[in-house]
Design a protein around this ligand. Sequence first.
Ligand code: BES
Ligand code: MN
Ligand code: ZN
Length: 486
Amino acid sequence: MDFKTQVAGSAGLAGVAADALLVLVASAAVPEGLDDPLAEMLAAAAKEGDFAFKAGQTLYAYRLAGVKSSRVVFAHVGDGTNKPLRKAIAASLALLKDSGAARLAVTLAGAAEWTAAQAETLATAVAEATYLYRATKPSAAAPSKLVLTSVVCAKAEVAAVAAGLKRGEAIAAGTALARECANRPGNVCTPSYLAEQAQRLGKEHGLKVEILERKDCEKLGMGSFLAVAQGSEEPLKFIVARWNGGAKGDAPIVLVGKGITFDTGGISIKPSGEMDEMKFDMGGAASVLGTLKAVALLKAKVNLIGVIPACENMPSGRAVKPGDVVTSLSGQTIEVLNTDAEGRLILCDALTYVERFKPAVTVDIATLTGACVIALGHHRSGLFSPDDALAAELLTAGEQAGDPAWRMPLDEEYDEALKSNFADMGNVGGRAGGAVTAAKFLQRYTAKQRWAHLDIAGTAWKSGAAKGATGRPVPLLTHFVLARTK
Ligand code: BES
Ligand code: MN
Ligand code: ZN
């Protein structure tokens, strides 16, 4: 994006050179000091019942006499906090998206001063509104020309706006990377493709990237990960990417992302309806890459390691079968009762593997269970952690980023469902509390770490007409990492 923070009060707005001027209104009446043509129009519209001074209200004007920008959109931001602000920007940009406008200028009018958080929301909301997937659909409508070129603010606000825009731009770039990876179909976004993306990220941003192959995983003894991968012709990849922005001895934050590039269910095959959406089953992996990108763009002073076990879950003559018992890297044995509960099988070995990094904290991110979608729907990701302080950090990060999570339980009683007569545990615990028993399974591999698990099955992508990856929870994770650098 091409921002320039222009310094002007609301009295200079009529002269702002842009194709579209977005006036975010934060007051209960016509903002004081607004240029006459703008103020007069807003007052008239309010009088006629065309604009109310409450959250979500918008008003569009074209070629308003005395105003240089040919399009003006007013949008009320409620109390100016993240959620109504984001909604107001989204509604405004929906009005402008298919217009001829390219250069967008934005200002906040009426009492409120720009904060860094608001500028960040602006940057991410503009990116969200203008994102278009084209990789395998070059004929898709031309991408929106709309670019945020200026934020009009008072001199005292410039530093906060610049800092917020920078952060928002980095989060937007990370989110876009996650969306681009996850939207690619399973025949393009393979484990090898994810490994290439990590390597590219390494070259572009100075990350150290290491790719373990099947032989390496065999040598280590990742029997659980290998069991999932064995049914597929696509070579597995175990990706380790490090951002060393912190001091040498600083314990790293470790992010582990589920990288199933297609989940058929394996021998416990899924029904065919909507199975195409299982290309999104690498959403956790994509969010790890996206967060690494955002953190590297901001040159954050932190050590961050992203780990991605990547493979397909396929049925075949070599595939793992229900009842097979495998030995995980931790030495614990697992009876694979359902081959469709594959996410936990690849994550458990990755979670054991990362012990070697002596992490400050480890967070895994996975499109893990349909049960989490039933519990929380598509708005909040499921958060599981036995560590209250870590859970609080993640919840706060989600609220601040507009990418919310909700804490779920981990009582020991749920663990009983994993009992097996033939191994240390089964890989499923029945339908009841499915998101919790999945988390309990992972907890058996994280006893030595400060650990949290994000189940993003309901938030990583949208179904229906707007089918596509969301890039979540890159905003949450980036906020979480940045908050730990202070
Ligand atoms: N990737 C799926 C989870 C999923 C399903 C996410 C639907 C989003 C929408 C996962 O690998 C899976 O298949 N989980 C099973 C677990 C079950 C066999 C215990 C599920 O949720 O049905
Ligand atoms: Mn599955
Ligand atoms: Zn899966």
